[in-house]
Design a protein around this ligand. Structure first.
Ligand SMILES: *Cc1c(COP(=O)(O)O)cnc(C)c1O
Ligand SMILES: [Zn+2]
Length: 444
């Protein structure tokens, strides 16, 4: 694509699909596999033509959404950039750094990329859907669809409602009720499948060609996946156009981690950041850890697993990009870890108690895995490390049932409150000895 004959009309879209393995170009169409060798397709760009269009200053002038990186995304000429998706906060996490193993914690250069606050449905899936629906419109689809472990269904349903698409989403029957409700509320048709995500996805692959539907993670998958790159662009820009030493990324299908890698590489290629060997660390739930198991065994080939974990958003036993995720991790000198269900819940609580951020089970997986990576010395305290917090805890409150006991209500009387504090909060109460003395004087 980069060596177009000069007689051809100047293309306005500097991207197209290409086979990841045999490199056959396939133009732009709603397909995800090479029709010759069946390897997955990927979007490639004509960087020589894009480079003059973009600079740090130009990006800084634009709105704080993922559309500020529009030249680096596979967007059609006509697309609606009015939905303010992305550009979530990158927050320094000194308290969490203190709580993680690895010594003198205050100097830990630890950051959280907080997609628990992503607009509009509080997970990083809003990013991939924003890009996929731009292409769905371009290809003339009226119905958009997906197979989902929950967050993707939320994002497709919400953005379809706003964009005037009909949405029909397919989910495993055991999803968290907040994720089901958070799809239904937008008027989407939900098809619950009695099976796990891998059953759901196989079914969707079989019907994608039959119906002329835009399945964001099936026939639109190459475009969809590019939306994940914006996590990487934002991390670099928010660090002051620098790359971190390490990133820790939760893995389901394994796409996000490979796309953050791709994003960093592209920024280097465009001269927007200096080259650096960033180490990529993958995080999975032990109950569904096909990628981390492969990494620990020193191979890239994935052996599918049958998922059994509370981290339902990551419960993909046969990850589409597992091979590429494992290869990315190994080639950067990173590692992969996984967390048991109790460790995931502890990770959720630790993040909430230290940083005031309530993440879903996937974020618990990330925090719990990071804890292990610090303890193993694979991540050094002084290195700049970014944990990807990809979803919101209000969607997976089921995971915390039983952790906090509801206390008996007390009478709205000062005496009752005094007694309660004496009984239940002795430690806290004593820590505020002076306040107590004041309270006796009638201040409380
Ligand atoms: C989908 C999802 C992921 C993982 O994404 P992949 O690109 O499939 O690896 C991580 N976190 C959350 C909350 C998700 O919904
Ligand atoms: Zn091919």
């Amino acid at each position: 694509m980069s060596n177009q004959a000069s007689t051809k009309p100047k293309p306005t879209q500097f991207y197209e699909l290409r086979c990841r393995e045999c490199h056959t170009p396939w133009g732009n169409q709603p397909i995800s596999f090479c029709q010759k060798c069946f390897a997955p397709l990927e979007v490639v760009y004509d960087w020589a033509s894009i480079k003059p269009l973009i600079s740090r200053d130009e990006i800084a002038r634009r709105g704080t959404t993922l559309w500020r990186y529009k030249e680096l995304l596979p967007l059609p000429d006509e697309y609606d950039a009015s939905l303010p998706v992305g550009f979530t906060p990158l927050v320094k996490a000194a308290n969490l750094g203190d709580a993680l193993p690895g010594g003198s914690a205050r100097n830990k250069s630890l950051y959280l990329k907080n997609d628990a606050s992503c607009f509009p449905t509080l997970s990083f899936k809003d990013r991939v859907v924003a890009v996929a629906l731009a292409q769905a419109r371009n290809f003339g689809f009226e119905v958009v669809s997906c197979s989902s472990t929950g967050n993707l269904a939320n994002a497709v349903a919400a953005q379809a409602a706003r964009g005037g698409f009909k949405a029909c989403v397919f989910i495993p029957s055991d999803l968290e009720s907040a994720k089901v409700l958070g799809t239904e509320v937008y008027g989407a048709q939900i098809v619950r499948i009695a099976g796990n995500y891998d059953h759901v996805n196989r079914l969707c692959s079989q019907i994608a060609d039959k119906h002329r539907w835009g399945f964001v993670n099936v026939n639109l998958r190459p475009y969809y996946a590019e939306g994940s790159k914006t996590v990487g662009y934002e991390i670099a820009e928010q660090l002051g156009w620098r790359l971190p030493d390490n990133v820790v990324v939760p893995m389901a299908g394994g796409s996000l981690i490979t796309k953050i890698y791709k994003a960093f590489k592209e920024l280097v290629e465009l001269g927007l950041v200096e080259a650096k060997n960033v180490k990529f660390f993958g995080a999975q739930a032990t109950g569904c850890s096909p990628i981390s198991t492969a990494v620990k065994a020193g191979r890239n080939e994935i052996q599918p697993q049958k998922p059994a974990t509370i981290a339902r958003s990551l419960a993909i036993g046969n990850p589409a990009d597992g091979f590429y995720a494992a290869r990315t991790i190994a080639s950067t000198g990173g590692w992969a870890e996984d967390a048991s269900d109790p460790e995931i819940v502890d990770g959720i609580a630790l993040l909430a108690e230290t940083e005031g951020i309530f993440t879903e089970t996937a974020g618990g997986v990330t925090v719990a895995s990071a804890r292990k990576l610090y303890a193993q010395g694979r991540i050094k305290p002084e290195e700049t490390t970014v944990l990807c917090i990809t979803g919101n805890g209000l969607k997976t409150t089921d995971a915390l049932v039983g952790r906090y006991e509801a206390s008996e209500p007390i009478a709205p009387k000062l005496a009752a409150l005094e007694e309660y504090l004496e009984q239940k909060l002795v430690g806290v109460y004593e820590a505020f000895g002076e306040a107590r003395a004041g309270a006796r004087g009638g201040v409380l």
